[in-house]
Design a protein around this ligand. Structure first.
Ligand SMILES: Nc1ncnc2c1ncn2[C@@H]1O[C@H](COP(=O)(O)OP(=O)(O)OP(=O)(O)O)[C@@H](O)[C@H]1O
Length: 349
């Protein structure tokens, strides 16, 4: 894994998926943070259980790695129902969706990740399915085509999206509840990390946990990933004391491990830094357009927009203006550079 991968909330290697599976909380009680969303989901699920009906459809919206898949699994687990998993990119024709929907068992929870990437024709089929538990299947072609109605078993759809703005209104309106997941506070990430360290049998100091929490972009997936690298570092370089097999991870080992992977004190990685220094040194702090910036650092505009920019905006190093991206005074400060025209002394003139 490269340094860029390490803080990319989207990447999942096979070993990482297995690792995530082991760390996923299984109940709402175990799920850290997102207090409002947890309370809302709990109420919705309890009411459905009391009335012995399938819970309403749920949309989970928010950046990658904040726990949407985990919450979908928890919904099925707490409602005591089976879970079927699918994703928008896998549903490229209405027929793909019809096959999934028509094979659901009564009460099943259907999770569609990246639901905004589903084909338009499938979206339209989903409207009727969500509302009436029915779909119309087209038989034949051209003028002789007829639509045959097919009743479905009642189900709960849990959709997840990183781009809720891309969902058409009729689809968004059919969810009984939309949960907006927020980035996690450092104290919540510390709880995520403590739990993961326990599950990994990693002994780690409290201030070392805090150091990782401050560098993981408010994202549990990155927190867990950085913890793994710290575990590796401790395994290889740590000195076991008190007769135990593995050393204890301390703040020095966290700093050394994360410096090695070029994750800085704010959680910025190599690409973040490249974007920032290009903006500051080459474009005088901006405004600079997304495409120009992407070409200058040799990266896809989409990656800059989806992964780099939201984080830099959130921690206040850049702002988005109608004329392009601009570095903030904090952005200049973090890179130890002086903003042109600000704080000039007579000696500079
Ligand atoms: N609230 C939480 N408490 C503890 N661990 C969490 C929490 N949220 C997420 N995690 C951990 O973070 C990892 C990523 O979570 P998950 O896969 O649910 O994110 P996601 O939002 O579905 O991401 P994507 O949109 O990229 O699929 C999981 O391994 C899970 O263990």
């Amino acid at each position: 894994m490269t340094d860029l991968d390490l803080t990319n909330p989207e990447l999942e290697s096979e070993s990482e998926l297995a690792f995530e599976g082991a760390l996923r909380p299984r109940s709402l009680g175990e799920f850290v943070g997102q207090t409002k969303v947890r309370g809302q989901l709990q109420l919705l699920l309890t009411a459905a259980t009391m009335q012995q009906r399938t819970p309403d459809h749920i949309l989970l919206a928010g950046p990658p790695g904040l726990g949407k898949t985990t919450l979908a699994m928890i919904v099925a687990h707490e409602a005591g129902r089976p879970l079927r998993m699918s994703s928008g990119p896998a549903i490229q024709h209405a027929g793909d969706l019809a096959a999934v929907l028509s094979s659901l068992v009564p009460g099943e929870v259907l999770f569609i990740d990246e639901i905004h990437r589903m084909a338009r024709s499938a979206e339209e089929m989903l409207y009727l399915a969500m509302e009436d538990f029915r779909i119309d299947i087209m038989v034949g072609k051209g003028a002789g085509a007829t639509s045959v109605p097919l009743d479905l078993a009642p189900f709960t759809l849990v959709g997840a999206t990183t781009r809720s703005g891309l969902l058409p209104n009729p689809l968004r309106d059919r969810f009984g509840f939309t949960a907006h997941l927020e980035f996690y506070a450092d104290s919540e990430l510390e709880q995520v990390l403590e739990r993961a360290a326990r599950l990994l049998d990693l002994r780690i100091d409290r201030d070392a946990i805090a150091e990782i929490a401050g560098r993981c972009r408010g994202t549990p997936r990155i927190a867990n990933r950085l913890l793994r690298r710290v575990r590796d570092y401790t395994l290889v370089h740590g000195r076991p004391t008190d007769g135990s097999e593995m050393a204890r991870a301390d703040v020095a080992s966290v700093r050394a491990a994360l410096d090695l992977y070029e994750v800085d004190s704010l959680g910025l990685d190599r690409l973040d830094r490249q974007v920032m220094t290009t903006m500051l040194e080459r474009f005088g702090g901006g405004p600079v357009g997304l495409n120009t910036l992407a070409v200058s650092v040799g990266e896809e505009a989409e990656t800059i927009e989806a992964v780099v920019e939201p984080f830099l905006v959130r921690i206040g190093l850049i702002t988005r203006t109608p004329r392009g991206r601009m570095a903030t005074p904090e952005g200049w400060r973090h890179f130890g550079l002086r903003q042109p025209g600000v704080g000039l002394t007579l000696d500079d003139l």
